[in-house]
Design a binder for this molecule. Sequence first.
Ligand code: TMO
Length: 373
Amino acid sequence: MPKSAFIRRDMLAVGPASKSERMRTTAKRHFENTRKREQRAKADNQQQEVIMRSARVRHWTLGIGVAAMLTLTVPAVAEVPESSDPIKIIHNNWTSQLVVSDIAGQLLEKMGYTVEYVPSNTQLQFTAMGNGDLHVQLEVWEGTMLVPFEKEVEAGRMIDAGSHTAITREEWWYPIYMEEKCPGLPDWKALDKCAELFATAETAPKGRYVGGPVDWGKHHSERIEALGMNFVEVPVGQAATLWAELDSAYKRQEPIVLFNWTPNWVEAKYEGKFVDFPDFAPECLTDPSWGTNPDLAYDCGATKKGWLKKGVWAGMEDKWPAAFTLIKNMDFTNAQLAEASSLVDVDGLTPEEAAAKWIAENEPVWKAWMPTM
Ligand code: TMO
């Protein structure tokens, strides 16, 4: 698994580096092949699991006799839930995460599991999952959660339950009309030269950068400092405020630069671009000497082609094996995630309703994720 993840990221690094169509097509083909390989590996794993489980059952029934064995083999393989303890699924404070978590929860309930949704802070959730207090996170974003997630995985306290197909970016973003007002965008130095355009009474003469809620752990204030920018981060309390700020500026074509990400419903409704900062490297987050500022970390942008993973408590595989298999198999694309968030933020459904709607309309998709029981 880690091996194919490496191949996949390497391949993707080929695409964005070059703008030529050919490179993109090549990267796309690599990407599709890699994906097929991953799917084959997943299918093999599932097959293997079923074989091993029936082998275990057969071994156990040898003493009982052939007749008993024949009746016991089938129900034992389908013994789900393996435990009726609640599987605790994390709820964060942005929309696609809530919808996808509810899809997972509703599917697990179909399988017979007891599910609990537990709201958690984006950064602290990893310690809780490592301890086994929380169990499932459907959206681990590379740009936000790389460091705390890898810490738990490397300690053997969490399992990396695989990547979604979706490719992600979490970055400063501006509406497209800013390109006329601020020549040189999307380059961050050009943005910095126009800082005063973005000033508010609160931040003048510096520009205002509308940041996400602080628990998202962006470290964008640190980035402003490390890169010596003429901006001040003003974080919102909740995601909805980001979109309210964007909408009001957009209607008046007023300057705004704010935190945004993809996949998200915003890209279908407002035209805009991410700011290009110095290229990301993992060392940038942890090693002050790395990058243009020798004394400070965070002197880089977020990854432009980030992964989106599922992460679970390390004990899940033994305690709820079939549930673990479902989570491993769950896989969303950019379009699916953008649509999931749109059902709530544009169409006004609750995340729970959006999940139920998605399940009703996508039966072949989730049936293929279900473990063979
Ligand atoms: C993790 N987030 C999508 C809010 O950047």
